[in-house]
Design a protein around this ligand. Sequence first.
Ligand code: KG4
Ligand code: ZN
Length: 339
Amino acid sequence: MEKKIILGIESSCDETAAAIVVDGRNVLSNVIASQIDTHKKFGGVVPEVASRMHIEAVDGVVKAALKEADLTLEDVDAIGVTYGPGLVGALLVGLQYAKGLSLGSKKPLIPVNHIQGHICANFIEHKDLEPPFVSLVVSGGHTFIVYVKDYDKFEVIGQTRDDAAGEAYDKVARALGLGYPGGPKIDKLAKEGNENAIEFPKAKFHEQTLDFSFSGVKSAVLNYLNKAKMQNIEVNKADVAASFQKAIVDVLSDNVFLTCKMEKVNKIAIAGGVASNSCLRERLITEGEKRGIKILFPSPILCTDNAAMIASAAYFNYDKKLEGNLDINAKPNLKLVEG
Ligand code: KG4
Ligand code: ZN
């Protein structure tokens, strides 16, 4: 396929983003308007506020992405846009905008699954990465172990049955009074704590599965904090953060390495906001070295929500002729593998 320039648009949660990416791997621009400062006041994302802020930002962000890449819409080969999963009102803003652009410019519209986008961040960071590999997608809304068989072929090996990993981080951080988003704050505080100070329970399933459950760990931390408060005992927040983080990282690490063994794969590409977590990175690298498994991470700006990853996924979908049309609707509960 000759060189393809894709405009990516992302608005599934609290970042309005647009990017220009060539051939799925070379980023010409990556513009992100974050709403985090607004949502911080509420301790989490407020969906209606998010939708309104996307409406205000989307046009400017797309124009800025084109300008930064020194291109016009004419130069673009296709428009990739996130259509799920995410907040429905937020998704609709990017999707409707992309449909309008596509109709006006007669450029193909490529619908992109946000989870696929997170995985594709690794193709941008690691220019020679090719499937097959195992991906651990850990974000505020999702926790998946995915066997990436090809650029457009995925098998979900494990997933959370309740809270996402990032969600557990955010809730525990809130209980510790650290603010939103909690992941980076726990990451930092945990460095001053003892990860073996408190034994928080890990989810155990009776059946053989690589699924996760994080609500048990989260509840155990909340109970620990409540009990201490009732007994007027001062807690060591750093110890709580470190011990909680260890419980999460233990399970993520165990399950992802078991997947590699099962699928006979020696590459793990981490994705999503929690992929920035320093404890998770260190653990996977150490364990990976012991097992001869290569661990790949996108740089932090490509871990959290962005549109470069969406443009990359759109390129690979376009390559496989996975084009959409103007009937496409936002799908808040879109699965990585439908059916
Ligand atoms: O991928 P992302 O930007 O949004 C979703 O698609 O959900 O991920 C955001 C999540 C938040 O829960 C945030 O607390 C978490 O990623 N996060 C982290 C770190 N940086 C961001 N969690 C743990 N450690 C970090 N360093
Ligand atoms: Zn995301």
